[in-house]
Ligand binder design. Sequence first.
Ligand code: CMC
Length: 428
Amino acid sequence: MTEKATLTDKATLTVGDRSIELPVITGTENELAVDITSLRKETGMVTLDPGYVNTGSTLSSITYIDGENGILRYRGYPIEELAERSNFVETSYLLIKGELPNSEEYEKFRQKLRVHSMIHEDLKHFYDGFPSSAHPMAILSAMVCSLSTYYPEAVESEEDTDLTVCRLLSKVRTIAAYSFKKSVGQPFIYPNNSMSYCANFLYMMFGMPTEQYQPDPEVEKALNLLLILHADHEQNCSTSTVRMVGSSQTNLFACISAGICALWGALHGGANQRVLEQLEYIHESGGNVEKFVAGVKDKSEGQRLMGFGHRVYRNHDPRAKIIKEACHNLLNHLGVSDQYLDIALRLEEVALSDEYFIERKLYPNVDFYSGIMYRAMGIPTNMFTVMFALGRLPGWIAHWLEMRDSPDNRIHRPRQIYTGEKLRHYPA
Ligand code: CMC
């Protein structure tokens, strides 16, 4: 058993009549961890922690979360301040480089993103191989991995790294917009590099070759906000995937492609699509929120309330709080009254006053209201997780760089406890 280690820098683990001392690591916000690196060597034992609920996989200086108090900070800056004052490009720079850019650095970064916004013409033909019903997350992952065939050179010097990072940030936006165009059978729209990052994305999504299209600045602002709120979230499933795949020295494009696949699942980034589908289901089956919540609690159908709950946040998700307000503002601005928002508000109210959710500390997460905003922007439901990926990209990149440059970087290789058959012999 590990002794409490608040006042000492060592924890003592006693197994049978043997005790060993393990170092205690303290983070900058006084988070404590027992370093078990020497455990196997000293005792022959490993730790067991399915789902890594209680396992720190790395030291990281990118994002800080205090789940008990609903705190989220990128590089020390509170998410509320970034959401109000920054934009997605600046926040991406902050995550990737560690500091906010000065005006010259910012301009240089923006310029690089502009220059690399197009994808190779040959790459466009890849879209012809996908059925129009293809899920855009499958397309996104395949296309991002395919970028490595066009840019196979190693990313080693600072200059190479900058170039690859900017290519990725800029081209993923174009790839994402093209996967939407593919799904609706419309021609691809080349990026308009006189526009900002977010405006350009909206332009490629909703522009037509035959008409002028100017994105609504309020929609652009809302998109910036959503992308900032999704930009990083420390060692979540997809980010850990990026780091794990990268630990074998796989190239950045392949790592991000793997991260996109991990994000796709319903319990992670795929939840935003599921939230909307759930709201649709409730609406179509008569709008009885109480009945739906009772079904969730009953568990017989294995249905969860999507957009609720979080592994780390046990009080509130600060992103959800910001999104909820932004959602109202956007809908007001667009003059949209969405019956799904009414259902979501009611769902939240019913769930938050229900003992089942209170006891388990389940609150709305980032995905609960984001879909309603994307819907108001005209983004179809199956693109929601692609929007999450677009936002999470700078975080994945920052973690990949941190992993690559860490002196402690070793190939990720968890242990297991074998529970299968004992030795037996092949029949004669
Ligand atoms: N609806 C109903 N019950 C839930 C929910 C939910 N959304 N989430 C957790 N529970 C229950 C769960 O059934 C379990 O109950 P019991 O103790 O009776 O067995 C208890 O709460 C603990 O759940 P858990 O699965 O052990 O919690 P976890 O930390 O492993 O899972 C989660 C976290 C986010 C996967 C989970 O809360 C969930 O499935 N939520 C719905 C999907 C969702 O919205 N995902 C997006 C997460 S935020 C975006 C992101 O970062 O990916």
